[in-house]
Design a protein around this ligand. Structure first.
Ligand code: ARG
Length: 231
């Protein structure tokens, strides 16, 4: 006779980097950190739609694609922008969110467009698409491991501008006095976030796509976006 196992359900192991509110962050309540955010809610729903359970593995953003390639995680959900370079290394799901890079500056900043960053101290986050954008514009910059570190540089007047994804920027501006967002849609293209799986893992990709497409058409993704943006 078969004995009942406590984890009889199959799991999807999602890799993320929980340093990116409102998509993924470590909740403050409790001694042991738990994860929450738009992506975490989506990951749980994707697993549930497939009669499975979501497991979240937190790691550095730069390690996510390697962890996926090594089979350490089954999928990556991390507000990850689809880029040609990444698409050579992983397969992406149907996109679920559209974002853009923006500039976070002090309220009294004279930066009103991307070209005003020339000669300024620019902060980016290592490995994020914002880093690529600034590099492509040809400006020098300093790269930090975490968004909060870059924002603290700005708050403490050690840099002039932080280039980061729009929704995350909004969070930082809401949480810190004296900051504002400057957009430049001519300089920064729109970006699409998608879930990544190992190249050729069509079985899991199909499961994820069926679920994410349902979550989009059901309005669940918009619901989570609204909920966690206001949180
Ligand atoms: N969208 C940007 C990118 O793909 C930033 C993503 C950062 N995500 C995170 N979970 N830290 O590079």
């Amino acid at each position: 006779e078969k004995t009942e196992s406590t984890d009889s359900k199959d799991t999807i192991k999602f890799g993320t980097n929980a340093e990116f509110p409102p998509f993924e962050y470590v909740t403050q309540d409790g001694v042991i950190g738990e994860f929450d955010g738009i992506d975490i809610a989506i990951a749980k729903d994707i697993a549930e739609e497939n009669g499975m359970e979501a497991q979240i593995e937190n790691m550095e953003f730069d390690s996510l694609i390697v962890a996926l390639q090594n089979g350490q995680v089954d999928a990556v959900i991390a507000g990850m922008t689809v880029t040609d370079e990444r698409a050579e290394a992983v397969d992406f799901s149907t996109p679920y969110y559209t974002a853009t890079q923006v500039m976070v500056v002090k309220d009294d900043s004279d930066i009103t467009k991307a070209s005003d960053m020339e000669g300024k101290k620019i902060c980016v986050i290592q490995g994020y698409t914002g880093e690529t954008c600034v590099k492509d514009l040809g400006y020098d910059y300093e790269a930090f491991k975490k968004g909060t570190e870059a924002i603290m540089e700005l708050v403490n007047d050690k840099c002039d501008v932080v280039v980061i994804d729009s929704a995350t920027a909004q969070k930082y501006v809401a949480d810190n006095d004296g900051l504002k967002i400057v957009e430049d849609n001519d300089a920064f293209d729109s970006e699409e976030y998608a879930i990544a799986v190992q190249k050729g893992n069509t079985e899991l990709l199909d499961k994820i796509n069926t679920a994410i497409e349902k979550l989009i058409s059901d309005g669940k993704v918009s619901e989570y976006a609204a909920k966690y943006t206001d949180a």
